[in-house]
Design a protein around this ligand. Structure first.
Ligand SMILES: Nc1ncnc2c1ncn2[C@@H]1O[C@H](COP(=O)(O)OP(=O)(O)O)[C@@H](O)[C@H]1O
Ligand SMILES: [Mg+2]
Length: 493
């Protein structure tokens, strides 16, 4: 310790050298008793004051310090300038070197500085100090020393640090939680997306299944119907063949018979001329009168003509049966005259229709079309039969029209002036087994079959109907089938 310390002039005395002695003592007392740790140095960096608070805070006694330049000891392990030293030296460049980023000029006192730092050497575990150093000046304004006050801000800093840590921690937790939430949200969104995808997929496959199902049932209908048609066709062809033979020879026999009759009548004439006189002649005459030969002469040709006409009609029916069945074509795609098919179909169904309606034909100018004629006949038949069924007590009219649209399509129209179709029924008429007719009268297959056949031809059916006024079905068919399509379809039984 510097023994000269008590001898060095007290700072207050230096400042207020010309003040009365008691004032200096009072100031010194004040300085000592001031609860803020404070020390002062003179221009030689010698400690002039070291108050009790300072002793308390830094653990170095006034006795040990005043009069020495060892104030660094209270703060650092090695000698170096403290803030007060820099003020005395007026060396601000050192300030940045020694307190980098930790000091600033005082806002209150010109030339004063303050700083805050951690001092590991003070106390057991170090202390945070906030310290201010200000110059001391004489009356002329010359710097005569510097005064430095020290405040222990350890508690505040620790609290601040704890707060910051807590804050950081909180932020971290919030961040983590936010990230977790975002993750969960994303997961949720993904889940929802997957669910939507799965639902859409389900709906799609359901639709596919429904479509497949209806395709299956249509195919089944067609198979059943095609089977039925084929057997009807075969039956018709067989019957036609059976009838055709006898009709053929009856017809040719008729001409021969006609010749024979003519010859016989000539013979009779000859006999008649030879009649007069003889007894045999009298018997002949009696017989002639008894059989009324004159009437026979008239009636026999009439009977012959009528029979011939009957045979011609039978022949037509046979031809119609053949046309309708087209067994010779065996359901191949052929170029066919629609009018011929419609005519034969109308003849076949004539019995069903003739007591209920007049059939009016309004044929347009249409080309032959590539089709399965037997099946088209079936479509026409179903439409005409339906039309006849739709007609009530009063005799009605069924009009069959044809025409060409000039866009590679032809159409067949079957119109009636019957009951019409109710709106809620209309959407179901093409459904298999849908019927509004009594049991035994309708199977509900007619239109579904027609629909299937027309579709197979690449055509379409449209309905126009008004309740109580009548209905018009229009079937559009392409004139020719796409290349290859007809061959593939034609191989079906
Ligand atoms: N020309 C028409 N006029 C009125 N209703 C019709 C006509 N054609 C079809 N329908 C209605 O469509 C239904 C289905 O017809 P369809 O499939 O041929 O079966 P079905 O004739 O055996 O009942 C009929 O029951 C009838 O209600
Ligand atoms: Mg029907």
């Amino acid at each position: 310790m510097n023994a000269a310390a008590p001898a060095s002039p007290p700072l207050a005395a230096a400042i207020v050298a010309d003040e009365p002695q008691h004032a200096a003592i009072a100031l010194s007392e004040f300085f000592d008793g001031h609860p803020v740790a404070t020390f002062a140095i003179d221009t030689r960096h010698v400690i002039t004051h070291w108050n009790r608070a300072c002793e308390h805070l830094l653990g170095w006694s006034k006795l040990a310090m005043v009069g020495t330049s060892n104030h660094w000891q209270a703060f650092y392990p090695k000698p170096r300038a403290v803030l007060a030293d820099l003020i005395v030296a007026g060396d601000e460049t050192q300030m940045e070197l020694l307190y980098p980023g930790k000091y600033r000029a005082s806002a209150l006192i010109p030339g004063a500085y303050e700083a805050e730092d951690f001092f590991p050497n003070i106390g057991a575990s170090g202390h945070w100090l906030h310290f201010t150093a200000a110059p001391l000046r004489d009356h002329q304004g010359h710097i005569v020393g510097a005064i430095e006050t020290l405040r222990d801000v350890t508690e505040r800093r620790v609290a601040e640090n704890a707060l910051r840590r807590a804050h950081d921690n909180l932020e971290h937790v919030v961040e983590k939680r936010t990230a977790q939430l975002a993750d969960m949200n994303e997961q949720l969104q993904e889940d929802i997306r997957q669910r939507h995808l799965a639902e859409a997929e389900l709906r799609r496959s359901n639709l596919e299944l429904t479509e497949l199902n209806s395709q299956l049932s249509r195919a089944q209908q067609q198979l059943v119907q095609a089977d039925k048609l084929a057997s009807i066709g075969q039956l018709a062809a067989g019957v036609a063949h059976e009838i055709n033979n006898p009709i053929g020879y009856i017809f040719s026999n008729f001409s021969t018979l006609q010749t024979y009759l003519d010859q016989l009548f000539e013979m009779l004439d000859a006999y008649q001329k030879a009649e007069p006189g003889t007894a045999a002649a009298a018997a002949l005459r009696a017989q002639r009168e008894q059989i009324d030969l004159d009437f026979l002469r008239e009636d026999i040709p009439a009977l012959m003509a009528e029979s011939r006409e009957g045979i011609v009609r039978v022949r037509h029916i046979v031809q119609d049966l053949k046309d309708f069945s087209r067994v010779d074509a065996n359901q191949d795609w052929v170029w066919s005259n629609l009018h011929r098919g419609i005519d034969s179909t109308l003849n076949i169904v004539a019995n069903e229709v003739k007591y209920k309606a007049d059939v009016v034909k309004e044929y347009g100018d249409i080309p032959d079309i590539q089709c399965l004629p037997l099946q088209i006949n079936q479509v026409v038949m179903n439409l005409v039969v339906n039309a006849a069924h739709a007609i009530g007590e009063q005799r009605g009219r069924i009009t069959v029209r044809t025409g060409a649209d000039g866009d590679g399509m032809v159409w067949i129209e079957v119109a009636d002036n019957g009951s019409g179709i109710a709106p809620d029924t209309l959407s179901r008429i093409f459904d298999p087994f849908f019927t509004t007719k009594a049991v035994g009268k309708g199977t509900g297959l007619g239109l579904s079959l027609a629909y299937g056949i027309v579709q197979k031809h690449g055509g379409r059916i449209d309905v126009d109907t008004e309740l109580g006024k009548g209905t018009r079905f229009r079937v559009r068919l392409p004139v020719s089938q796409p290349e290859g399509e007809a061959d593939a379809a034609g191989s079906a039984p």
